[in-house]
Design a protein around this ligand. Structure first.
Ligand SMILES: C[S@@+](CC[C@H](N)C(=O)[O-])C[C@H]1O[C@@H](n2cnc3c(N)ncnc32)[C@H](O)[C@@H]1O
Length: 185
């Protein structure tokens, strides 16, 4: 795939903000043929240092809440200012995805890139803690890094050279995620 949108951000200063696999490429691929109307109010959930949020505003025309637990919203605000975005276009918020500080049905849509695996492994999560904040008919787009096939019962030693079993529990296969989502009412 040619990452036409993402390649504009191939700058060392922006790459330094990446917290894992290139989130801009992940997001661009996830949003091929997306169904989110321009102008929608979107929550970038687990936005990290805001790269994906910037792309959602600049390349997709959404108004974005950049919601993240560990990042500093003031730092993110400075970054968004430097990127030429207004305070109406993008709003940084410190937020825990498991206890969101918004009104119910606040967002038109939610996008989450390389983050949902941190909190979304709770099968109750989607129904109880995320869907109430999305308007009826809205979409949730999430992409996570994962394994082609779960191997948690027999972790290969090559993986254990770089990861602990506790870290690897975040990386699951498509069958695992499909089962989690299918538990949602
Ligand atoms: C691997 S980083 C990805 C960040 C960003 N999406 C990116 O790709 O650059 C995972 C992010 O999940 C966030 N996170 C983890 N648990 C969270 C929670 N309960 N609520 C909100 N954000 C959370 C962390 O703060 C971190 O920024």
């Amino acid at each position: 795939m040619e990452y036409i949108k993402s390649q504009k951000y191939d700058l060392p200063k922006l790459q330094a903000k990446m917290m894992g696999p290139n989130p801009l490429k992940l997001q661009e691929e996830m949003l091929i043929k997306h169904k989110i109307p321009a102008g929608s109010l979107v929550c970038d959930l687990g936005s990290g240092q805001g790269l994906t949020s910037v792309m959602l505003v600049k390349d997709y025309g959404f108004t974005v809440y950049a919601a993240d637990l560990w990042s500093d919203p003031e730092e993110n605000r400075k970054f968004f200012d430097e990127m030429g975005l207004t305070h109406e276009q993008i709003i940084p918020v410190k937020a825990d995805a498991t206890n969101l500080p918004f009104e119910k049905e606040f967002f038109d849509e939610v996008v989450s890139t390389d983050s949902y695996n941190y909190w979304g492994r709770d099968p109750e999560y989607l129904d109880a803690k995320l869907l109430p904040f999305v308007k009826s008919g809205g979409y949730i787009y999430a992409c996570v890094p994962g394994m082609k096939k779960d191997c948690h019962n027999n972790l290969p030693e090559e993986l254990l050279l770089s990861w602990t079993p506790e870290q690897l529990i975040y990386l699951r296969d498509i069958h695992y995620w499909t089962a989690i989502v299918n538990k949602c009412k």
